[in-house]
Every structure is written in structure tokens, then in C-alpha cells.
Design a protein. Structure first.
Length: 208
């Protein structure tokens, strides 16, 4: 009954979830302490008897600006790509969903925290806008908007994360977060460490 109720609530709120990069409140580390399951990989779609996320995965190796040092992440909203610079003049390029016009931002930050199967807690504002939203979605559930991995950016509420809606990759749909295919965010998660420099820009790099 609990599972059925949660699935019904999630389905009713699907439209808002697809538009939101929502997630934990402003104190991500506190949210992790409140829900210790965020730091484990025990959750899975299968445990809920659901079909799973599926779809997507589009990383490719590309030529890149040789002036940018390896080991950095460059998020180009202009290209709708996330680049992981692997060597001088080379990078792995991942397709992403980007923020809507009203949620545009840019700057330099770093990966401050990593989570496997992060839980999703809608903000009070989101629940006020849509009371049908569940108070909490456990990590590993296939309708969790954060997908299977999350990289937290600095002290902000922005994240690089997976998705429960792979058909939105390549679109301008989020409230500020960088959304990836689950297959791609798993690959990126394994390649980067806490402390990795992240530059978010509207500059385009596809011409390299």
C-alpha cells in the first residue's frame, strides 16, 4: 500500500518533476545526515518492482580547447554539453539538459560532495505549488528526479545528476541543475573526485 500510494503521488506530480532540478534543501550535508540512505548504493529500481530508468548514454571523445588544463569539468550551456578534460586538447563530452531561461547562471565552483542513489526531498516552495508531491522519494526509486548519482556543486543547491526522464536530455528544462543520462552520470561519477574544479559557462566549445 505504501509503495502504491507513493507511485500514485509521483505520477500525479510528474509534470512538475520534469521541470524541476529540485532536490535537497540548501544544506545538502544536513539532508544526507537526515537520510543516511543517500550515501549507500542499496536502493534500486528493482526493489520497488518497477521497470527502471533506461534510455540514453551519449558520451564521446572530442577535440577541446588545449589551453584548459586536464582534470576539470567544463559545463557549456551553449553547447548543451558537459566536458571532462582528459588531456591537453581532448575531452569527454556528455549531452546534458540545461536550465530554463529564468534559471540561467554561470561561474566557477567545485565538486563538494558525491552521492550514490541520492534521495529527493522537494523544497517547501515546490510542495506549496503542488501539494500532491511526496515529502520524500528514496534513493534508487526509478521516479526519483535525481537519478542514480549526484555531484554537488560548492555550497549551492545545484547538482550534476542523473534523471528519471531521459527524453529531456538536450532540452532547457531544469531550475539550475545539470541533468545527464543515468549511464553517463555513472561514468562521470567514477572519473571525478571531490574537489574537482567545475566551470559553468554559456561559452561554446563545439568548434574545436
Amino acid at each position: 500500500m505504501i509503495r502504491s500510494s507513493l507511485v500514485r503521488s509521483l505520477s500525479a506530480a510528474a509534470a512538475l518533476m520534469l521541470m524541476a532540478c529540485a532536490g535537497l534543501s540548501s544544506d545538502a550535508s544536513a539532508a544526507g545526515r537526515e537520510h543516511p540512505g543517500a550515501v549507500t548504493s542499496s536502493g534500486s529500481g528493482g526493489s520497488w518492482g518497477w521497470g527502471g530508468w533506461g534510455g540514453g548514454g551519449g558520451a564521446s571523445e572530442v577535440s577541446f580547447n588545449p589551453k584548459i588544463k586536464p582534470g576539470q569539468i567544463i559545463v557549456s550551456f551553449g553547447d548543451r554539453r558537459l566536458y571532462l578534460v582528459t588531456s591537453p586538447g581532448r575531452a569527454l563530452a556528455y549531452p546534458i539538459a540545461i536550465p530554463r531561461d529564468q534559471s540561467r547562471w554561470s561561474g566557477v565552483t567545485s565538486v563538494s560532495m558525491k552521492r550514490v542513489n541520492p534521495p529527493w526531498t522537494p523544497t517547501p516552495t515546490m510542495r506549496a505549488e503542488n501539494p500532491k508531491l511526496p515529502a520524500f522519494v528514496p534513493g534508487g526509486h526509478p521516479l526519483n528526479p535525481l537519478g542514480v548519482r549526484a555531484l554537488y556543486l560548492g555550497s549551492s543547491t545545484y547538482r550534476i545528476h542523473g534523471t528519471d526522464a531521459p527524453w529531456t536530455i538536450g532540452e532547457a528544462v531544469s531550475k539550475g541543475c545539470i541533468r545527464m543520462y543515468n549511464e553517463d552520470v555513472v561514468d562521470l561519477y567514477e572519473r571525478v573526485k571531490v574537489g574537482t574544479r567545475v566551470t559553468v559557462t554559456w561559452q561554446q566549445f563545439a568548434a574545436y
